[in-house]
Ligand binder design. Structure first.
Ligand code: CA2
Length: 147
């Protein structure tokens, strides 16, 4: 059975409580429940983690070695700043789908740059919480399991 890590970065624990005009009113807990339901339907295993700390995200990526087959990563604002997360993804050789709720390319210019994109198999952005569902499908498809 394929195993996926759904990793969410800084401030995403606040989803559904503030800036609902940008990120919608779905909470992170609801997104994680949706991911677990999706995993059941697809016959895969999903583990969800969120951290506001760059080092904890790096450690979660390291700990995924020999445990998970793929990573779905919404690195939040670290997407645009973190060489450490980029290096962590490269160093573990686990395929990563980069994910964003919002369309980062249609927003401020500083959000157009992603340090994750060059080391990801692909990027999904702009579809809100549905993006997590799409990212799981994309990862399972990449791993060779049809859903
Ligand atoms: O669109 C996305 O998923 C982002 O990764 C979200 C990040 C942002 O820095 C990226 O450019 C795009 C920000 C997440 C902040 O989430 C909040 C949720 C509720 C209230 C405040 C912030």
């Amino acid at each position: 059975m394929q195993s996926l890590l759904i990793l969410n970065g800084p401030n995403l624990n606040l989803l559904g409580t503030r800036q609902t005009e940008v990120y919608g009113d779905t909470t992170l807990a609801a997104i994680e429940t949706m991911c677990l339901t999706k995993a059941k339907a697809c016959g895969c295993n999903v583990t969800c983690l969120q951290s506001n700390h760059e080092g904890e995200l790096v450690e979660a990526i390291h700990a995924a070695r020999d445990v998970h087959d793929g990573i779905v990563l919404n690195a939040g604002a670290y997407t645009h700043t973190s060489v450490a997360l980029m290096d962590a993804i490269s160093s573990v050789s686990i395929p990563c789908v980069e994910l964003h709720l919002s369309n980062i390319h249609a927003r401020e210019e500083f959000r157009h740059k992603s340090f994750i994109a060059p080391v990801a198999v692909g990027q999904i952005c702009g579809f809100g919480p549905k993006g997590y569902d799409l990212a799981i499908d994309a990862m399972l498809s990449y791993l060779g399991q049809s859903t």
